[in-house]
Write a protein of this length. Structure first.
Length: 342
């Protein structure tokens, strides 16, 4: 028997026939229950290694292991929320979860194709773990994503941006000004600290654990951004954006909605401020690859959606038609003159 009592809880610790060490908590202080789980696990590992059997694991066990192993994920709470909604999977053995059942279940969710695809991505990731790392599944089913309608990039004109800023409370308006000047995501602006800013060299840093792509971002601060920071200076010893000396933690959806109505702007989210920043830069002639670095996007493909906003480099090619059509018109005129002379 390989049971160890730690802090009042029994833990399992044994080696399989192949020499693989298995260690895990039983989650109980009852020795008999712990022993039962110990014997069950040892028997399962023996059958897997000696009889080449795949353990009969359930979706619940796979989901629980996923949440335990993915503690480093920033959006793990979103995963947990999705797993709760996928209640139809509860109690099912992994080997019985075929593609048709999974796709039908997700398709019946009351949400759009983009959201359904996020559920598919999560289920696919868990089943692949079960197949490739945990040896709980012979082969994970192929799950095809739903087709998503292509949406236009939503961005504001300079006039619309000014109207939105005027319609917001000053604290939120300052955050919007800073977002439009830097392209930073909402959370990066909300929780920005003075320790991340070098006013002398006009630079701000977003650390890897704060960035979506988990890579540090260096932000060049322009005059607009510097003006905002100078107005916030010394309002709080640590945080940049505050309301009456108290750090801002959230932007009220009611406040945002009322400002949009007052400004006469429809269908605009806070994240669209980042789209606006990117769109303005592209229209000003900033190359796509430079934009990628400025915004901290992981791949250039992620910024290609802005490319159509700056077709200026195509002017020289389009101008070829001017020459062609002018030349053709000259020939037409010459032919007309020749006909009249005859």
């Amino acid at each position: 028997m390989s049971l160890v009592l730690r802090n009042g809880i029994w833990h399992i610790d044994f080696c399989t026939a192949s020499g693989k060490r298995i260690r895990r908590t039983t989650g109980t202080n009852c020795k008999n229950k712990a022993l039962e789980l110990h014997d069950k696990l040892k028997h399962e590992y023996w059958r897997v290694e000696r009889m080449q059997e795949v353990p009969n694991k359930t979706w619940d066990e796979a989901a629980k292991r996923w949440l335990l192993e993915m503690q480093h994920k920033k959006d793990l709470r979103k995963d947990a929320s999705k797993l709760k909604i996928l209640s139809s999977f509860r109690g099912l053995y992994l080997k019985d979860m075929n593609r048709n059942f999974i796709m039908e279940t997700i398709n019946n969710l009351q949400c759009g194709s983009a959201t359904k695809n996020r559920y598919i991505a999560l289920v696919r990731a868990i089943l692949r773990k079960a197949e490739r790392e945990w040896d709980w599944l012979d082969k994970a089913p192929f799950l095809k994503q739903f087709k998503e309608p292509k949406k236009r990039v939503r961005w504001l004109t300079k006039d619309e941006a000014e109207r939105l800023i005027e319609a917001l409370p000053e604290t939120i308006a300052e955050m919007v000004r800073f977002s439009l000047a830097t392209g930073l995501r909402k959370s990066n602006v909300l929780f920005l600290e003075w320790s991340q800013i070098d006013l002398k060299h006009k630079v701000a840093w977003i650390h890897a654990d704060q960035a979506k792509a988990e890579k540090p971002i260096g932000v060049a601060l322009n005059r607009l951004a510097m003006d905002v920071l100078e107005r916030q200076w010394k309002k709080h010893p640590r945080r940049v954006f505050t309301n009456k000396g108290v750090p801002v933690k959230v932007v009220s959806s009611t406040t945002w909605s009322r400002a949009l109505i007052k400004a006469g702007i429809e269908d605009f989210r806070w994240h669209d401020l980042r789209h606006t920043w990117a769109s303005w830069l592209v229209q000003a002639g900033v190359p796509i690859r430079d934009l990628q670095e400025m915004g901290g996007w992981e791949t250039v493909a992620m910024v290609q959606k802005y490319a159509h906003l700056a077709p200026f480099h195509l002017h020289k090619h389009a101008a070829l038609l001017d020459t062609k059509m002018t030349h053709d018109q000259v020939l037409v005129n010459q032919n007309a003159i020749c006909s009249e002379q005859k």
